[in-house]
Ligand binder design. Structure first.
Ligand code: MN
Length: 266
């Protein structure tokens, strides 16, 4: 008889969601969404993607982390500057403090149990803020001499290059000292939160393009959008999702050893 647990299931990846107004034939309704690129990349790496609707409360975040093997912080709108002690800059775009606070609760819940976290674009910024860092609210008006980080291309090809910091997890994943990435952001990490390491910087202006926590099994954030670069076919971006899902699989195996699921005798 095959016992439950004998057949290894795919690691479950909880994806943070983007609350958007979705227009139906007659109404506009707030709707929790995840762009399909994230779903496709998690699946291609062998994970089972599930959506985590934005909620209120750290107890809800803990309950979500009970159900997943990894946390994917997706991209989205701007982060509320109150969360790093600033007033809103005139050039700030749409913010959703409910999402900000839920994602920060998810991050702390994941870190408490050592679950892998991958942050994309807004995701890396929220990771930094959660650990006490801050961000530029608007790169063009707050960072003199920045290269253009708002991509102006029809397709999803690369826009600028990044330099990888040797010895970091991200450098190991990328497999080269310099790689091309896409760029869809007007905010970026500024002061790095205590314990975090800048793993990548933009060629041309040194903007932070990657952060990670070497104290955690997998706590990696990137400023670019791996889920759409070269329409999801960029080899470096695929390796990033592969490494994240592999870390989620390792985490799940270790967690199941700690808390064995014993099937009742029949
Ligand atoms: Mn960029």
């Amino acid at each position: 008889m095959v016992m439950r647990g004998d057949i290894e299931r795919s690691p479950v990846i909880g994806m943070s969601s983007w609350t958007r107004l979705l227009r139906t034939a007659t109404k506009e309704r707030p709707t929790e969404t995840v762009p399909r690129g994230y779903v496709d990349c998690v699946e291609a790496a062998g994970g089972l993607p599930v959506l985590l609707p934005n909620r209120v409360g750290t107890d809800v975040a803990e309950a979500c982390l009970d159900l997943v093997d990894g946390l994917l912080l997706t991209g989205g709108d701007d982060v509320h500057p109150h969360l790093f002690g600033e007033a809103p800059h005139p050039r700030i775009d749409l913010v959703d403090e409910r999402r900000d606070r839920f994602e920060i609760a998810l991050i702390h819940a994941a870190r408490r149990r050592g679950a892998p976290v991958l942050g994309v674009c807004r995701g890396v910024q929220v990771m930094n803020i959660a650990l006490g860092g801050d961000i530029y609210q608007d790169i063009p008006s707050q960072f003199e001499g920045s290269i253009g980080h708002a991509q102006r291309t029809l397709g999803e090809g690369s826009w600028h290059e990044i330099d990888l910091q040797p010895g970091t997890r991200l450098a190991e994943i990328c497999g080269a000292p310099r790689v091309p990435v896409n760029s869809h952001h007007h905010q970026a990490c500024r002061r790095v939160g205590p314990g975090l390491v800048a793993s990548a910087t933009a060629v041309g202006d040194g903007m932070i393009e990657g952060l990670e926590d070497p104290r955690m099994p997998f706590f990696v954030g990137v400023q670019w959008h791996p889920e759409v670069l070269e329409n999801g076919a960029d080899p470096v971006s695929r390796r990033l999702f592969d490494a994240f899902v592999a870390a989620a699989r390792d985490y799940r195996r270790a967690a199941s050893k700690e808390r064995p699921v014993s099937a009742p005798d029949r």
